[in-house]
Design a protein around this ligand. Structure first.
Ligand SMILES: [Zn+2]
Length: 264
Protein backbone atom coordinates (compact mmCIF):
# COMPACT_ATOMS: atom_id res chain seq x y z
CA UNK A 1 0.00 0.00 0.00
CA UNK A 2 1.29 3.45 -0.89
CA UNK A 3 1.79 5.60 2.16
CA UNK A 4 1.52 9.35 1.69
CA UNK A 5 3.78 11.82 3.44
CA UNK A 6 1.23 12.96 6.04
CA UNK A 7 1.06 9.44 7.46
CA UNK A 8 4.71 9.50 8.39
CA UNK A 9 4.18 11.52 11.56
CA UNK A 10 2.22 10.22 14.52
CA UNK A 11 0.03 13.31 14.45
CA UNK A 12 -0.61 12.87 10.75
CA UNK A 13 -1.66 9.27 11.35
CA UNK A 14 -3.95 10.31 14.17
CA UNK A 15 -5.46 13.01 11.97
CA UNK A 16 -6.06 10.60 9.10
CA UNK A 17 -7.62 8.02 11.43
CA UNK A 18 -9.85 10.63 13.04
CA UNK A 19 -10.95 11.93 9.64
CA UNK A 20 -11.90 8.41 8.59
CA UNK A 21 -13.96 7.95 11.75
CA UNK A 22 -15.62 11.33 11.35
CA UNK A 23 -16.44 10.59 7.72
CA UNK A 24 -17.97 7.26 8.69
CA UNK A 25 -20.49 8.79 11.06
CA UNK A 26 -21.10 12.04 9.22
CA UNK A 27 -24.39 12.22 7.33
CA UNK A 28 -23.98 12.47 3.59
CA UNK A 29 -26.64 15.00 2.73
CA UNK A 30 -28.90 17.61 4.27
CA UNK A 31 -31.92 15.60 3.12
CA UNK A 32 -30.81 12.60 5.12
CA UNK A 33 -30.44 14.81 8.17
CA UNK A 34 -33.84 16.47 7.68
CA UNK A 35 -35.65 13.15 7.39
CA UNK A 36 -33.95 11.62 10.40
CA UNK A 37 -36.40 12.77 13.07
CA UNK A 38 -39.37 11.19 11.31
CA UNK A 39 -37.82 7.74 11.14
CA UNK A 40 -36.48 7.32 14.62
CA UNK A 41 -35.94 3.76 15.72
CA UNK A 42 -33.54 4.33 18.57
CA UNK A 43 -33.02 7.16 20.99
CA UNK A 44 -30.06 7.51 23.34
CA UNK A 45 -30.38 9.02 26.81
CA UNK A 46 -27.09 9.93 28.44
CA UNK A 47 -27.06 10.18 32.25
CA UNK A 48 -24.22 12.66 32.90
CA UNK A 49 -21.08 11.49 34.73
CA UNK A 50 -20.89 8.17 36.66
CA UNK A 51 -18.49 5.99 38.61
CA UNK A 52 -15.41 7.83 39.86
CA UNK A 53 -16.55 10.89 37.95
CA UNK A 54 -19.25 12.20 40.29
CA UNK A 55 -20.08 15.51 38.59
CA UNK A 56 -21.18 18.38 40.84
CA UNK A 57 -21.85 17.78 44.52
CA UNK A 58 -24.54 19.52 46.61
CA UNK A 59 -24.33 20.91 50.12
CA UNK A 60 -26.41 17.98 51.41
CA UNK A 61 -24.11 15.44 49.80
CA UNK A 62 -26.19 14.62 46.72
CA UNK A 63 -24.12 13.77 43.66
CA UNK A 64 -24.93 14.87 40.14
CA UNK A 65 -24.17 11.36 38.78
CA UNK A 66 -26.94 9.78 40.91
CA UNK A 67 -29.53 12.40 40.04
CA UNK A 68 -28.83 12.24 36.30
CA UNK A 69 -29.21 8.44 36.38
CA UNK A 70 -32.51 8.62 38.29
CA UNK A 71 -33.97 11.17 35.84
CA UNK A 72 -32.71 9.21 32.83
CA UNK A 73 -34.29 5.95 34.03
CA UNK A 74 -37.62 7.76 34.49
CA UNK A 75 -37.38 9.37 31.05
CA UNK A 76 -36.55 6.00 29.47
CA UNK A 77 -39.65 4.44 31.06
CA UNK A 78 -41.97 7.24 29.83
CA UNK A 79 -40.58 7.20 26.30
CA UNK A 80 -40.80 3.42 26.03
CA UNK A 81 -44.34 3.45 27.35
CA UNK A 82 -45.59 6.15 24.98
CA UNK A 83 -43.40 6.08 21.87
CA UNK A 84 -42.67 3.16 19.65
CA UNK A 85 -38.91 3.23 19.63
CA UNK A 86 -36.02 1.67 21.49
CA UNK A 87 -34.29 3.68 24.21
CA UNK A 88 -30.61 3.04 24.93
CA UNK A 89 -28.89 4.46 27.99
CA UNK A 90 -25.16 5.23 27.84
CA UNK A 91 -25.07 3.77 31.37
CA UNK A 92 -27.79 2.16 33.51
CA UNK A 93 -25.74 1.97 36.69
CA UNK A 94 -23.00 3.81 38.52
CA UNK A 95 -20.07 3.22 36.16
CA UNK A 96 -17.48 5.30 34.31
CA UNK A 97 -18.18 5.96 30.65
CA UNK A 98 -15.84 8.19 28.64
CA UNK A 99 -17.25 11.07 26.61
CA UNK A 100 -16.03 9.38 23.41
CA UNK A 101 -17.84 6.16 24.30
CA UNK A 102 -21.08 8.01 25.01
CA UNK A 103 -21.22 9.48 21.50
CA UNK A 104 -19.94 6.21 20.04
CA UNK A 105 -22.90 4.39 21.63
CA UNK A 106 -25.29 6.84 19.93
CA UNK A 107 -23.58 6.52 16.56
CA UNK A 108 -23.11 2.76 16.66
CA UNK A 109 -26.77 2.26 17.53
CA UNK A 110 -27.74 4.73 14.78
CA UNK A 111 -29.65 6.84 17.26
CA UNK A 112 -32.12 9.37 15.88
CA UNK A 113 -32.06 11.52 19.03
CA UNK A 114 -29.55 12.08 21.82
CA UNK A 115 -30.33 13.71 25.15
CA UNK A 116 -27.66 14.23 27.80
CA UNK A 117 -28.99 14.90 31.30
CA UNK A 118 -27.10 16.97 33.87
CA UNK A 119 -27.57 18.98 37.06
CA UNK A 120 -25.96 22.38 37.08
CA UNK A 121 -23.22 23.68 39.34
CA UNK A 122 -22.16 27.27 40.03
CA UNK A 123 -19.98 29.06 42.55
CA UNK A 124 -22.87 31.45 43.22
CA UNK A 125 -25.21 29.50 45.53
CA UNK A 126 -28.13 31.63 44.37
CA UNK A 127 -27.84 30.50 40.74
CA UNK A 128 -31.05 28.62 39.94
CA UNK A 129 -33.27 27.29 37.18
CA UNK A 130 -33.19 25.07 34.11
CA UNK A 131 -31.39 25.56 30.83
CA UNK A 132 -30.97 23.51 27.67
CA UNK A 133 -27.95 23.51 25.40
CA UNK A 134 -27.13 22.60 21.88
CA UNK A 135 -23.69 22.57 20.35
CA UNK A 136 -21.61 25.51 19.34
CA UNK A 137 -17.86 25.91 19.36
CA UNK A 138 -18.50 29.38 20.80
CA UNK A 139 -20.25 29.74 24.14
CA UNK A 140 -23.21 32.10 24.53
CA UNK A 141 -21.50 33.98 27.37
CA UNK A 142 -18.67 33.74 29.91
CA UNK A 143 -20.78 31.81 32.43
CA UNK A 144 -21.69 29.26 29.77
CA UNK A 145 -18.05 28.95 28.72
CA UNK A 146 -17.13 28.11 32.31
CA UNK A 147 -19.91 25.53 32.58
CA UNK A 148 -18.78 23.84 29.35
CA UNK A 149 -15.22 23.77 30.69
CA UNK A 150 -16.38 22.14 33.94
CA UNK A 151 -18.52 19.55 32.17
CA UNK A 152 -15.74 18.79 29.70
CA UNK A 153 -13.06 18.49 32.39
CA UNK A 154 -14.91 17.50 35.53
CA UNK A 155 -12.21 15.00 36.42
CA UNK A 156 -8.83 13.81 35.29
CA UNK A 157 -10.44 10.47 34.56
CA UNK A 158 -11.12 11.32 30.94
CA UNK A 159 -7.46 11.43 30.02
CA UNK A 160 -6.79 8.24 31.96
CA UNK A 161 -9.58 6.39 30.19
CA UNK A 162 -8.37 7.47 26.81
CA UNK A 163 -4.75 8.58 27.03
CA UNK A 164 -4.25 8.44 23.26
CA UNK A 165 -6.87 11.01 22.34
CA UNK A 166 -5.77 14.40 21.12
CA UNK A 167 -8.65 16.38 22.62
CA UNK A 168 -8.45 19.57 20.57
CA UNK A 169 -8.00 17.74 17.34
CA UNK A 170 -10.77 15.27 18.08
CA UNK A 171 -13.16 18.03 19.07
CA UNK A 172 -12.77 19.87 15.80
CA UNK A 173 -13.13 16.71 13.73
CA UNK A 174 -16.01 15.22 15.66
CA UNK A 175 -17.79 18.53 15.45
CA UNK A 176 -18.43 17.70 11.81
CA UNK A 177 -20.83 15.00 12.96
CA UNK A 178 -23.11 17.37 14.88
CA UNK A 179 -22.85 20.30 12.45
CA UNK A 180 -25.44 18.82 10.07
CA UNK A 181 -28.00 18.71 12.90
CA UNK A 182 -27.57 22.10 14.57
CA UNK A 183 -30.92 23.45 13.33
CA UNK A 184 -32.85 20.41 14.57
CA UNK A 185 -30.91 20.34 17.83
CA UNK A 186 -31.77 23.98 18.40
CA UNK A 187 -35.49 23.29 17.77
CA UNK A 188 -35.43 20.30 20.13
CA UNK A 189 -33.68 22.40 22.78
CA UNK A 190 -36.30 25.13 22.42
CA UNK A 191 -39.26 22.74 22.86
CA UNK A 192 -37.72 20.84 25.77
CA UNK A 193 -36.85 24.10 27.52
CA UNK A 194 -40.41 25.42 27.06
CA UNK A 195 -41.79 22.30 28.75
CA UNK A 196 -39.24 22.46 31.58
CA UNK A 197 -40.29 26.06 32.15
CA UNK A 198 -44.00 25.12 32.17
CA UNK A 199 -43.57 22.08 34.39
CA UNK A 200 -40.93 22.87 37.00
CA UNK A 201 -41.93 26.31 38.27
CA UNK A 202 -38.26 27.29 38.46
CA UNK A 203 -36.35 30.04 36.71
CA UNK A 204 -36.22 29.67 32.93
CA UNK A 205 -32.62 30.30 31.88
CA UNK A 206 -33.46 29.64 28.24
CA UNK A 207 -31.63 27.78 25.50
CA UNK A 208 -27.94 28.33 25.02
CA UNK A 209 -25.10 27.25 22.82
CA UNK A 210 -21.89 25.87 24.26
CA UNK A 211 -18.94 23.72 23.18
CA UNK A 212 -19.89 20.58 25.12
CA UNK A 213 -17.65 17.73 24.06
CA UNK A 214 -20.39 15.21 24.68
CA UNK A 215 -22.48 16.74 21.86
CA UNK A 216 -19.74 17.19 19.27
CA UNK A 217 -19.48 13.61 18.05
CA UNK A 218 -23.15 12.75 17.93
CA UNK A 219 -24.55 12.26 14.43
CA UNK A 220 -28.19 13.11 15.17
CA UNK A 221 -30.16 15.92 16.84
CA UNK A 222 -28.58 16.26 20.28
CA UNK A 223 -29.14 18.42 23.36
CA UNK A 224 -27.82 18.70 26.89
CA UNK A 225 -30.28 19.50 29.68
CA UNK A 226 -29.12 21.16 32.90
CA UNK A 227 -32.31 20.48 34.86
CA UNK A 228 -31.63 22.58 37.98
CA UNK A 229 -28.72 23.65 40.19
CA UNK A 230 -27.35 21.07 42.58
CA UNK A 231 -25.13 23.85 43.95
CA UNK A 232 -28.26 25.71 45.10
CA UNK A 233 -29.37 24.03 48.39
CA UNK A 234 -33.10 24.51 47.69
CA UNK A 235 -32.81 23.09 44.17
CA UNK A 236 -30.54 20.30 45.40
CA UNK A 237 -33.33 19.09 47.67
CA UNK A 238 -35.80 19.24 44.79
CA UNK A 239 -33.41 17.35 42.52
CA UNK A 240 -33.07 14.60 45.12
CA UNK A 241 -36.84 14.03 45.28
CA UNK A 242 -38.46 11.38 43.09
CA UNK A 243 -41.39 13.74 42.36
CA UNK A 244 -39.22 16.49 40.95
CA UNK A 245 -37.14 13.97 38.99
CA UNK A 246 -40.38 12.63 37.49
CA UNK A 247 -41.45 16.18 36.54
CA UNK A 248 -38.13 16.75 34.75
CA UNK A 249 -38.51 13.47 32.87
CA UNK A 250 -42.12 14.30 31.94
CA UNK A 251 -41.13 17.79 30.72
CA UNK A 252 -38.35 16.42 28.53
CA UNK A 253 -40.74 13.79 27.18
CA UNK A 254 -43.33 16.46 26.31
CA UNK A 255 -40.72 18.55 24.49
CA UNK A 256 -39.63 15.46 22.63
CA UNK A 257 -43.22 14.59 21.68
CA UNK A 258 -43.77 18.09 20.30
CA UNK A 259 -40.50 17.91 18.37
CA UNK A 260 -41.46 14.62 16.75
CA UNK A 261 -44.90 15.91 15.77
CA UNK A 262 -43.54 19.10 14.26
CA UNK A 263 -40.86 18.26 11.71
CA UNK A 264 -38.74 21.10 10.38
ZN1 LIG B 1 -22.77 17.53 34.47
Amino acid sequence: MKISRIHRTARGAALAAALLVAAAVCPVSGDAAAGQDRRIQTMVIDPGHGGMETGAKGKFGNLEKDITLAISLKLKAIVERNMGFEVVLTRDKDVDVSIENRSAIANNRKAGLFISIHANGAVQKKAAGSETFFLSLNATDEETRRLAYLENNSSELQSRLDPSSDDDLMMILWDMAQTAYIKQSSRLAELVQEELDAMLGTRNRGIKQAPFKILTGVACPAILVEAAFISNPAEEQKLASADFQAKIAEAIYRGLARYLRVPE
